[in-house]
Design a protein around this ligand. Sequence first.
Ligand SMILES: Nc1ncnc2c1ncn2[C@@H]1O[C@H](COP(=O)(O)OP(=O)(O)O)[C@@H](O)[C@H]1O
Ligand SMILES: [Mg+2]
Length: 1608
Amino acid sequence: MAKALEVYTKGTEAWFPDDKEGWVMGKLTAKTLAGDSVKLAFHIDSSGQDITVESTIPKLEANKAADLPPLQNPPALDGTDDLAYLSYLHEPAVLHNIKLRYLQQSIYTYSGIVLIAMNPFAKVPLYGPDIMREYSGKRREELEPHLFAVAEEAYRSMIQDKKNQSIIVSGESGAGKTQSARYIMRYFATVESGGSSSGGDSEVERSVLATNPIMEAFGNSKTTRNDNSSRFGKYMEILFSTPTAANPSVRITGAKIRTYLLERSRLIFQPATERNYHIFYQLCSGAPAAERKDLGLGSWESFFYLNQGQCGTIPGVDDAADFVETSKALSDVGISLQTQWAIFKICAALLHIGNIKIEAKRDESHIADDDAAMLQAATLLGVDAKEFKKWITKKQIITRSEKIVSNVNQYQAIVGRDSVAKFIYSMLFDWLVKVININLSKEGVEAGQRFIGVLDIYGFEHFQKNSFEQFCINYANEKLQQEFNAHVFKLEQEEYVAEKINWSFIDFNDNQPCIDLIEGKLGILDLLDEESRLPSGADGSLITKLYQRFAVPTQKFFEKPRFGQTAFTIKHYATDVTYDIDGFIEKNKDTVSDEQMAVLNSSEFDFLKEVIKIEEEVKPEVASPVRGGRGPGATAKKPTLGSIFKASLVKLMETIRQTEVHYIRCIKPNSAKAAFQFEPPMVLQQLRACGVLETIRISCAGYPSRTQFEDFADRYYLLVPSKDWDPNPNTLTLSIVRKVINDDDKFQMGLTKVFFRAGQMAFLEKLRTERQRACVIMIQKNVRAGVYRRRYLRMREAAIKIQTATRAWQARRKYRAMRETRAAIKIQQTVRAWLARKRFNRIRDAVVKVQATYRMARAKAEARALRRLRAAIVIQRVFRGYRARRVYKAAKQRMVLLQSCVRRRIAVKEMRVLKAEARSVGKLKETNYKLENKVVELSRTVAARNEENAKTLEKLAAAEEQARVWREKFDKADAGGKSAAARVEEGSAELKAELAAVKAEKEKADKEAEKVAVMLKRRDEKIEKLEEAIRAGKEEYAKLKAEKNAAPPPSAAAAAAAMARPGDDSDSAALRKEVTVLREQITRLLAGKYRADRVADQMLAAATSPGNDLHTAGPHGSNGHPYPLETRSSVTSQIEMDMAAAAAKARPRRHSFVEGQPSPVQERPPASNMPSTAGGAALPSPLTPRKSRANMMIDTALGVNGPSTSPMSAGAGVVLEAERSLRVLEDKALEDEIIDALVTNLRIPLPSTQTVATRKEIFFPAHLIGSTVVRLLNHDLAGRMLAVMTNVMKAIQNLTMKFEDDYVSAFWLSNCYELLCVVRTTQEKERASQRRRNISGEPGSGEAERALDKVRNDLDYLLIEIYHGWIKELKKRLANMIVPAVIENQSLPGYICKQSGGLWGKWGKSSSSGQFTIEQLLNFLSKLSKTMRCYYMEESMARQILTELLRVVGVSAFNHLLMRKNFCTWKRGVQIQYNVSRLEEWCTSHGIAEATLHLQQLLQAAKLLTLNKTSPQDIETIFDVCFLLNPTQIKKLLSLYYAADFDSPLSPELLKIVASRAVMNEKSDILLLDLEQAPDFAKPASKSVDVIERFVPAWMSLPNISAVVSGN
Ligand SMILES: Nc1ncnc2c1ncn2[C@@H]1O[C@H](COP(=O)(O)OP(=O)(O)O)[C@@H](O)[C@H]1O
Ligand SMILES: [Mg+2]
């Protein structure tokens, strides 16, 4: 006991009951222990009240500390999503927790196996298809508590355990049962259709869902508690198909509804502000005018049955619109419009019955004969009005001998009238249920079919005045509660047994005696039935019987109220309820009289009769087992309502017992239907009523807390010293609990878990916190010590440093002073020395000067004497020299004068002679010189001429001869001249004598010179003539040349021959090429195992020889070409004409085939008969007429090359080639080959790492197909083209829809696009040529254009289809990867969260999906990106695919994070941020930076986790940082935020701030991002393809296609 008290320390929080709030929290302020007495003082903050608890230890020991107030749980458990984890599990804790969660707008909470659902009374974003998808396939512990989690659990266990399931939804009226059941059904319909709720519903699902509006229209009404209150219980079994190996998917195949206890009295009476069943109001406001008139309908006010509540409309509900919906739902479940109107007719009749006026006449009742309402009702029901009226106002009593008819009083008549109406309505309701059941089980019930039953039944009711209905309802709840308790108990027990712990059974409040009291033999129900069957039965006598039987002390559950004699009390499990006996008998009997029944049975309205017949179907099945061996009797035959209900309840219990049960408890948080308002007393009362507290009591009696050893040891190891830390968690756990709890009753060791009594966990937690606190203080102490010591050491060090520095500075200063002194002394010393030296020098200098001056004066006097002596000597010498020289000069002058005179005379004489001589010789010399020049000139000219023309050399030689002669003559003259000169020179002495002779001679020489000049002139002329001749010669030569070029016949031939040689060469080369082609074909044919070997050989020989011939003929060609050009062309044209004729003949047949005949190969006449083989006709074919296609080709080949000598081979070849390809084109084999080799069985080139495939190697199928298209169009085969292309596209579609691997899809996506481009380009070309043709007036058919258009459109679709198909497949594969890789993957080693992350570590084990890492995800994307690049995928397409995938990654991860519970910790935020940044990096490095936009929300969510969340400013920051998230999302994330160790949990105040912000922007309350909302596929713009490649990969053998393609 001391231990129990120990927990109460100062500051401990505990709960105290409160009238308004249920429970309020108080804090312990003082605790006094004096001897045995205990005194605890608490202070309640909210009210300011002080409470003191006083007790004594023995007293506490006696009542197990019940006197002490219940304790508050540790703060970490605030708002936990499963009440079972509360350590102190009691009423206040449960209430507090639920309240906290509800105010955070978390409406769902688990309480062990039960889901508690609080009615939000507001639209909450929790039920969208995206949320359903999130819950689909997840385990319950993984995500936040939700309805869908329960539904999912049921669904999965149904599939896995192959067991039927039930979901029991209970709660007060207006708590949200029907709403929840509806969501559950929708969940099944959605999950079953594969998660896409959009349009995927099958007809069955639609009709299953359509039952809701129908049942609600006929069975729901407005009550004070709920605007749409179900006035009946409903158990709906949703039937699922059994998964088989062939069809593993599970789908809804039907449904079965059972209803319980329709509130019949509502039809005839409604309390104020309540309404009758919706259908009547819907009918009154929604029926079309014509029908309204037929049925006599008015507004709701005019009907007594509708206007008693004075409230005909519900705010926010449009009855007219609902009428349309009801009618549609009726059609959906298969009720025809005609039947619908029959139903409505009955409804209208009921309303009229209510308006029948019954008046009192004395003691009798009376109805006016012309009562309009009665007449109308009778008409509508098709009964006789008189009879009808009669049996309302009269009754018949059958005695043994006679029938007595008597009048009844007004009250009885009204009761009779109303019971008819009630009877008909309840039959109508049953009929509807029956019809719905028939229609919903159309598919036929398979053996062992599984179902999930959803029970939507009113919860425990306790009003001011409780009647028979409440009795039945509470009875049902009592039974359900028993079932529930047993279930919980069983589960608990199972766990104990499985863990093999010692447990002695806890007695829980079993309510079996209470049930026995009601339904047991001679129980209340039996007594009631007995009384009802008595004709004189009345409520008064019943209550007396009850008192007699049960008001005894042994009966603990029955109580007679102290006052009054009209009521009894039953002590239900929830509370005691007092029932008013008034009306029990009447309500239990609830029948119409036999006479009224007969009237109805005689109705002319068949539908009514059918409806009434239901009674017989429903009741006997119930009646027989209940009624047992009772004797027959008129009244005994009719089962009572009570017995029917009891029987159906027994059946329901049987069903439920055979299923696995899931419980949902709906709670109405306030009576005002206000959103998120919490009324604690009301909730508390419901918690009691729905058994949640009861369950808690049960589990508290045992060991409510349990933990796995590992988790326990992990969390509490610190409670024992480290030497006890055992690596085995089992022993460690034991040593912990032994040491800490030390009371064997308080815990139990199981096999894998340790079990604790209530409160122990909190105790442990408290110890742990204290221990941690102590540790923290210890660490703080040491850290602080360390810090201070470090600080001290630093200071000391600093002081020393400062001292050192100061001393150093001082020393330095002293040293400097010393140095300065020394320096000063030295300076003084030097200065003084200097001064002394200066003085000394000055004195010395003075002495020296004086000495010098004296010596100078003496030297000067001496020098003057010496100079005077020398001057005297010089004067003497000069005078003597002058005298001698004057004498010599005079003698010499006289001698020279004499000599000069003599020499002058001689010289004059000599000069005169020389002058004369010089004049004559100069002239001659001049002439001679001129002549010489001329000769030189001439000779030079001649030499030039000589060189110019070798051919005229002879003539020139003659001229030269002459010139030489002349030169000789000239030489002679020259010589003469020279001799004359010589003579002149010789005779210069006797110049005068010879002068005459010389003159004569000179004249002669002049003459001669003249002659020479003349001759020279003549020679010049001759030279000119010769030059003339040469020019003429040249001209002649040029002329000859020109003539040569003008090519007269003989020379032209020679020239042509010269030209022809290269031409021949090229011809032969072409032929050679053709030969090789042919050779190739032949070898291929051989390889193809066609039986044409011999022919092929022949042909080979034949084909080779002409080539060789021509080849060898080449060299001879220069001598003379054997085939003149003219002849050659004429032959060719001749053949061409033939061929054209043949082709023209062949054409029409071809067209007819295109139009209609499907298999042209078989229909075609044998090839040898065809005119197209004309060229080869000469060669008899060795083959049978039915030739294979290959042989035909050989034929054509022969046709080209057969007659080896034929010069026309090339020209004919072209035509034949065309013809051949035409035939190939028409051939079905071509199409087959395209589809087979190019599409279906194509070995797609895989992107290998070593070699990079070129565009050509990738796009060859597109190009080959494109090129075939072009060929087909060229041959005007548009129709054929279209057919081929359609088949090709179909083949591609088939291929790509299989999704074997990405390569196929990527390859074909690329190729289709390429093909589309090729087709477009072709179309453009076609258009251009069309335009040209139009201009030139040629008619052109639009057929090609249309066909191309069609092909293009189809290709467009195909492209989109491949894209969508592929991306869907990729998404599917990606789906498993996203969450583990992006959310769960932890790549940063410093921030690892333990996988469990749960508070005690027992929640949410590691995810079920595989362990993908972010690397794997990136690899996946990289591989995809590489594949696309390798296939040259069009840039924008590749980009779209990757972007879309990244969008899916971002959205899925974000949505998952938003739903994940106990996961969002700070560390997770860091990890996720890192993962996202990896993704972003990837995006940028792959050039799709825009895709990172899709990751932003996720990134911000992760950031939010890492941000501070302690103050309102932090919240502000969060909203700023996470601007992409809407307040709802932020709120959700914050409420999910889970504080790990040492992180402080979010305070509820902050959550309130966030919630208020979220409310402010209620518009944007979408919680999850839309996964489906993929952007449309933007088809890339087509590019034009300039060259259509005809590349065929080496490894492919495509005889037909290559034939066609190479023919272009
Ligand atoms: N999950 C819910 N979300 C929003 N509103 C709800 C939800 N559940 C119940 N309600 C509100 O409560 C009202 C009563 O619910 P209903 O299911 O008809 O109660 P019950 O069947 O228990 O009487 C509904 O009309 C609706 O307005
Ligand atoms: Mg309901």
